[in-house]
Design a protein around this ligand. Structure first.
Ligand code: NAP
Length: 290
């Protein structure tokens, strides 16, 4: 078994981006600028946004954190989005999800200008992805594609089973793996909560990508010997023995599944850091297109 180490791979990407930013600076060009909108101050969202801002600083990007109260109205948030669309200095921005229940996430996502949509969630970005046209790929699936490519995982002709069909992970992941690209060209099966013969299908996977949001759901008996397993899940589990008071678990029961695999991504240190690296790659692309 080998680790698909997202920390190492994302560090390589960040180093490449840092060099590119230095080259832009040396030519007197515009430094890429990412903004992140954080509504409210719930634990996980704050951690994700802070990590994104920190990563921007590390590679030399400019970053702006827009903090808004969770009582903000949908109309006021949409005004903020319009402001960011019009801001010529900002190359790309994200609105961290989830949003408070009184705000329609789809409305907000659709209000983001597609040329600044570095999270890749806008219908235009997703449509262009399906058509294999240049676009911003959704950050987590893009990160997984990079993780596979940069670790030399062959995907063509393989049976890839994607567990989960969310708009931000499972569905775009299944499309990317089936596209006529490298990585890609896999035969893809997508499974979800209504799938009846789940284990029968996961046992056929040469590549199993798990994004269901259920801690340690995937056990060794569900995985084929030698499979490549990518674990997208992140769960904070209370743990008094840790300084932080919690530990992180994935959707895969790592200790028992890992020995059966050829490659497996850990949690933490797998897909999470790759998502941030993809966001940075999309931001550089947005800046280059200006
Ligand atoms: P989501 O929107 O909750 O979607 C979960 C998907 O899993 C749904 O399609 C659901 O099916 C399916 N599902 C649920 N229970 C199932 C079961 N027992 N068997 C088969 N399928 C099942 O989740 P998400 O946003 O895609 O996120 C998934 C996980 O990834 C979460 O733990 C999240 O925190 C994590 N995540 C990590 C990153 C990262 O950067 N590492 C980024 C995004 C998300 P239905 O459609 O039928 O309900």
């Amino acid at each position: 078994m080998q680790l698909l180490d997202g920390k190492i791979t994302s560090d390589q990407i960040k180093e490449e981006l840092k060099n590119k930013v230095e080259a832009i600076k040396a030519k007197g060009g515009k430094i890429p600028h990412l903004a992140a909108v954080l509504v409210g101050d719930s634990g996980a969202a704050v951690t994700y946004v802070n990590a994104k801002v920190k990563a921007c600083e590390l590679v030399g990007f400019k970053s702006t954190l827009v903090k808004l109260p969770d009582t903000i109205s949908e109309a006021d948030l949409l005004s903020k989005v319009a402001e960011l669309n019009a801001d010529k200095d900002i190359d790309g921005y994200i609105v961290q999800l989830p949003l408070p229940k009184h705000i329609d996430e789809h409305k907000v996502t659709e209000a983001i200008s597609p040329d600044k949509d570095v999270d890749g969630f806008h219908p235009t970005s997703l449509g262009r992805m399906v058509l294999n046209l240049p676009t911003y790929l959704p950050a987590t699936p893009y990160g997984i594609m990079q993780l596979l490519e940069r670790n030399g995982i062959e995907t063509a002709g393989k049976h890839c089973v994607v567990m989960g069909r969310s708009h931000i992970v499972g569905s775009p992941m299944s499309i990317l793996m089936a596209r006529n690209t490298n990585p890609g060209n896999a035969t893809v099966t997508i499974v979800h909560s209504r799938t009846k013969n789940l284990k029968e299908l996961t046992l056929q996977a040469d590549i199993l990508i798990v994004a269901i949001g259920k801690p340690e759901f995937v056990t060794a008996d569900m995985v084929k010997e030698g499979a490549v397993v990518v674990d997208v899940g992140i769960h904070r589990i209370d743990d008094a023995s840790k300084k932080s008071g919690f530990r992180l678990l994935g959707d895969v029961k790592f200790d028992e599944v890992a020995p059966k695999t050829s490659y497996i991504s850990p949690v933490p240190g797998g897909v999470g850091p790759m998502t941030i690296a993809s966001l940075l790659m999309n931001t550089l692309q947005a800046a280059a297109l200006k």
